[in-house]
Design a protein around this ligand. Sequence first.
Ligand SMILES: [Zn+2]
Length: 217
Amino acid sequence: MIHHHPADNLLLGLAAGSLSGGAALLVTSHLEACAHCRDRLLVLEAAGGALLDALEPQALAPDALARTMAAIEAPALKSAPAERGGGLPSAPEGMRWPDALSVCSATPWRWIGPGMRWSRVSVPSDPMAKVFLLRMGAGKKLAMHTHGGCELTQVLHGRFHDGRDLFAVGDFDETDGTVLHQPEVQVSGECICLASIEGGLMFQGVIARTLGTLMGM
Ligand SMILES: [Zn+2]
């Protein structure tokens, strides 16, 4: 049962192609897991289509059809097999990576603290995207931190509580500089999250800040 979903503006941004590569990857990963949001997206797209239908007709430029066809064909070239990802780190038994990650490559798990590992994810469509996987052991806590910009998180395995609420497999979270939180993994098992950040994380405390620097965040 999924309790936390992306806001409508993220779903609409994905439909309109206006999200950054990192945000689009996060929302797409959520949609794979969430029938509720797939339905919601259809409703939003239908509403957008109705708005377009209500606009006054405008004469099209003579080359509009040719340009549209070229734009439709361009993404197909981009996702050619040569650009497929270079592999993902090991996953626990029974866990499957989202299909959305199949075009990405990621580093092997790297140690960042007792029971805590992370993997940097490269997004082919957005080389500057700050996307990473975080794998934390049962009962582990991430350092208290806030955000310079938007942080999106999709839970892929296990569950954590960050003082505001419980987030379990399939849940999506969006936080920003107004949220100071400390995610803590439940004792029932390890937790793996996919995260995208814009503007960096701001950790409290010297050790935590050092870890943040190591991660390039
Ligand atoms: Zn959802």
